[in-house]
Design a protein around this ligand. Sequence first.
Ligand SMILES: Nc1ncnc2c1ncn2[C@@H]1O[C@H](COP(=O)(O)OP(=O)(O)OP(=O)(O)O)[C@@H](O)[C@H]1O
Ligand SMILES: [Mg+2]
Length: 504
Amino acid sequence: MDKLLLRMEGISKAFPGVQALDEASLNVYAGEVMALLGENGAGKSTMMKVLTGVYQKDAGTITLDGQEVTFHNARQAQQGGVAIIHQELNLVPGLRVYENVFLGQELRGRLGLDRAGMVARTGELLARMRVKIDPRQRVRELSIAQQQMVEIAKALLLDARVIVMDEPTDALPDEEVDSLFSVIDELRQQGKAIVYISHRLDEIFRICDRATVLRDGRFMGEMPVSQLTMDSLIQMLVGRPLDQHFPYASPRASEVALAVDGLTSHPVKDISFTLHTGEVLGVTGLVGAGRTELAQALFGLRPWQAGSATLQGAPYHPKSPREAIARGLYYMTEDRKRNGLVMGMDVRANITLSSLRALRGRLGLDLKQERRRVAAYIEDLRIKTPSMRQRARNLSGGNQQKVVLSRALMTRPRVLILDEPTRGIDVGAKQEIYQLILDLKAQGTAVMMISSEMQEVLGMSDRLLVLHEGRLMGQIARDSASQEKIMGLILGPGSAQGAGEATA
Ligand SMILES: Nc1ncnc2c1ncn2[C@@H]1O[C@H](COP(=O)(O)OP(=O)(O)OP(=O)(O)O)[C@@H](O)[C@H]1O
Ligand SMILES: [Mg+2]
């Protein structure tokens, strides 16, 4: 039997108004990947922050390799052999790979920095992970997955025995997930203990050996993944069985809400399509296909080089988001941390931020109405927060995402563009968001949904646009959409599958 490398026992941690962890525990053996699971706000990230010294625990013990440890900051944790691969990568884009790996602990020779030594050592670490990255390459030229590899190399340099990954695939394009998984597999074989957090449950079955489930900060159990099925896992997570089907209803007779003709807004090239009221139009493509850029152009965030559009029959060419919102089009950003939230403002202000004009009314801001509507969103989307006065910064990742979504809904747009609406959202809340999209549809909202999750986009959309390198490769009606057909178009005309599939 491998040895118990990490043992967290009876860990409690309270924040004002929130018992984030309530005697939670976690046991990880050398050479295993332990999934740490739970709904949004269950306490997963807090547990890892307690481990890595970001937060101090109120109670409990942490034992590493048989020794009780308490880390007071992330640096101590690193030195103690615990590394965390953050969601927002901590690399310096302008520096080279080896410079990032050795940042803060550069090798020195007699004549100053020992560059050759650092390049060689970085090369060794990357080779140990079996990844092909040139140590001299600049980080900004790497893909997200490759940047994660550099972070992991850094952890290996510090001889980390425990490696924590908190939602590492959150912003990772599907096609790069495989390379991350092979590195994780390699680390497992080297006897590392890995803690893996993700809301993408299929990943748990692909890469994890055992799973620990938290609910409301409490330990619900640990078990080998081989004893779990998707249904039993969901039951444990949510506390009840969940219908995993995508709710769907055909759109009713509808009119054109948005018509786009020959839109070019670099890197988007010559795109034409229509979006109807009460319709969900899915948009898919690989990273770099121009999905987000198309949405940003329609929201007045990017200049148009050519093309025209109409919204509700009138010419539409917004110069700013403010103008787009006034016309009834709203875009919910995929990047909640950078563009989505004002971290220092409370939940209420974040939700109402885009609707202040509408709420202002004739007699000034209608505070009562504002509070009522905010409370309704908190309840409907099950946003876990002690009150609407909580700062956005203090919410868990998934709950922050729900706040951004509430803000979009609050504007009551005629056309709503959702960019990766369920990223980082737990399996139960995902269902609520799907239901909500269905409700919007029934109310006649025109919804454009950008998503990398193929099942989701297939399950929710009436029609699909497939983009490749900024161009529209085809439009597929729901009835004739299949994963194979979409993949063919996504990969573009160069691919064997892609040839001759377009049905625009
Ligand atoms: N610094 C903080 N101040 C106040 N409350 C906090 C703070 N950090 C976390 N919390 C609260 O602790 C609880 C657990 O949050 P945590 O981030 O650990 O959840 P999580 O399981 O990682 O969720 P997610 O899946 O959404 O990332 C939440 O209710 C959160 O709002
Ligand atoms: Mg989290």
